[in-house]
Design a binder for this molecule. Structure first.
Ligand code: P53
Length: 499
């Protein structure tokens, strides 16, 4: 046995990091358009003001203080505005994907290109037209589009006017958006992801949240999340889970052959030692991420969810029909990202509440220059863990290594990237061949260089194709094939036999 004949090899991106063209085609403003660049050590920021003109700076993952409105500050660079300009390069980029032999390409739809304010009556024709062209271009090259409906995207108007996902009205706006996409591309798109990394969402950036207790402008870092913040995040994510379930039902009525998944960040977690507190601690920590895929795959909040909510003094508010929606409209497959593993030890604090988890270093693993432990075997572990748990097909929709590539004589010798991806594919292959895990496909992250979500840098590159652009947006945007381009092409051509 080896990789299935129809295994979906490809690559993945998201509009907020790749597309650019932020003011073209009547696109509206999204929260991410207000986020500055940053570095590994300096957080990305949002500047905001209240009615009196007082200014406050918040970090990307935080909630905006209540009553404040984000604005663009002169003298700062906002990487999403141009990103790596897929908007004007899509034909060239899709041709490069086709040259590598991509069977699938994961893209996300910019919400404000379709509904510029999120609550508009009718969709924006120009925005739809842009994606018609992209999807047709993919089809021309026999590349299956894998469409993420919502990837770290929030129309600014929905954040300021409605307070983001804490407001149940967001469900309706999301469904209206999703319906337009399902109906328009019902014969062209089969694979959908309702929400990206539903288990790591935080703050204003992705949930559009303002928080009351921030009136003073007091901030917190991830990991010291105030209890109220955790609560409004859980409640907001609940609204997203219900929206996803409702979208599944709607989609199946539009085309029963659609494949619907919700995406979770599920990089792995180990106990740091065999001390029983580390073992059970790691298990509990892992459940903070798995709780959400439990809902989307099994259709209900697991028994232990209440224990997690109790930790944050949180009581979930459910409408009478919510449980039924979740129960009857689960996902067809589980899409997930895998980058690294972390080790839980009973003495160190964990750094997030909902699954983008980091605990202690693992002395057995090398790290990327951005400090992410490299653990190919962890991928096999996670594939088995998830398949044992859900018995639903899995789709690895993000994996890869962010690195600072050196361009010399128009060449990039990224042997470190080849080695990272090769070793992960080897473990994926074992999971398929030996363990018989059902995997639909593999789409490494940022297949053509894009802006990093976490740091807002260009320097942290994931691609098989280099884009000539620096951290402050200077460069020709020229595309250059890296060594990994030719290597990945061979992998796809041989269906994973030649690594
Ligand atoms: P960057 C945190 C932890 C795990 C995955 O991340 C994460 C994040 C957010 O930074 O996000 C996913 O670009 C996400 C992508 C993102 C990618 O991982 O910080 O779905 O949008 O680019 C890699 O290196």
């Amino acid at each position: 046995m080896s990789f299935p004949k129809n295994f979906l090899w490809g690559g993945a991106t998201a509009a907020n990091q790749y597309e650019g063209g932020w003011q073209e085609g009547d696109r509206g403003i999204a929260v991410h358009d207000l986020i500055t660049n940053g570095t590994k050590d300096e957080p990305r920021r949002i500047f905001c003001k209240n009615d009196q003109g007082d200014e406050v700076t918040i970090q990307m993952g935080e909630c905006i203080p209540y009553g404040y409105v984000g604005f663009l500050k002169e003298g700062y660079y906002y990487p999403s505005h141009q990103a790596t300009d897929f908007y004007h390069h899509y034909k060239e980029d899709i041709a490069l994907m086709a040259e590598m032999g991509f069977k699938t390409y994961r893209l996300s739809i910019s919400w404000t290109r379709i509904f510029p304010n999120g609550d508009d009556e009718t969709p924006n024709k120009e925005g739809l037209h842009f994606y018609d062209n992209v999807i047709d271009e993919l089809k021309k090259h026999n590349i299956e589009p894998l469409v993420t409906i919502l990837h770290f995207d929030m129309p600014l108007n929905l954040a300021t006017k409605y307070g983001g996902w804490i407001n149940r009205k967001l469900i309706d706006f999301y469904l209206k958006f999703a319906k337009v996409l399902f109906e328009r591309w019902k014969d062209k798109v089969t694979y959908w992801i309702t929400v990206n990394e539903i288990n790591v969402l935080g703050g204003y950036w992705t949930l559009g949240l303002a928080s009351n207790h921030r009136k003073t402008g007091a901030h917190s870092n991830q990991g010291e999340t105030p209890l109220e913040d955790a609560g409004i995040k859980f409640q907001s994510i609940h609204h997203m889970l219900v929206a996803s379930a409702m979208a599944n039902k709607m989609a199946r009525e539009i085309n029963p052959h659609f494949m619907l998944g919700t995406m979770c960040a599920l990089s792995g977690i180990y106990p740091a030692t065999c001390h029983p507190d580390d073992v059970f601690g790691a298990y509990e920590f892992r459940r903070k991420a798995l709780m959400f895929s439990d809902v989307t795959c099994r259709g209900y909040y697991p028994n232990y969810a209440q224990a997690i909510f109790d930790e944050y003094n949180f009581k979930l508010k459910m409408e009478p029909e919510d449980e039924k929606w979740l129960k009857e409209n689960t996902s067809d497959y589980l899409a997930f990202s895998y980058y690294r593993t972390t080790a839980f030890d009973r003495f160190s604090p964990n750094t997030t509440t909902t699954g983008g988890q980091q605990a202690s270093p693992n002395p057995y693993l090398e790290k990327t220059p951005w400090g992410w432990p490299i653990d190919p075997e962890g991928l096999r572990f996670v594939l088995n863990e998830l398949y044992d748990r859900y018995q639903k097909p899995l789709f690895i929709v993000e994996n890869g290594m962010g690195n600072d590539d050196i361009l010399k004589n128009n060449e990039i010798h990224d042997d470190y990237r080849i080695s990272y991806i090769r070793n992960h594919i080897k473990e994926l292959k074992k999971a398929i061949e030996i363990d018989r895990v059902d995997v639909l496909g593999y789409t490494p992250w940022g297949c053509i260089d894009i802006v990093s979500a976490g740091t807002g840098e260009m320097k942290k590159r994931y691609g098989f194709v280099y884009v000539d652009l620096d951290d402050l947006g200077k460069g020709s945007l020229k595309r250059i094939k890296k060594d990994s381009f030719y290597w990945y092409k061979k992998v796809i051509t041989t269906n994973g036999e030649e690594l």
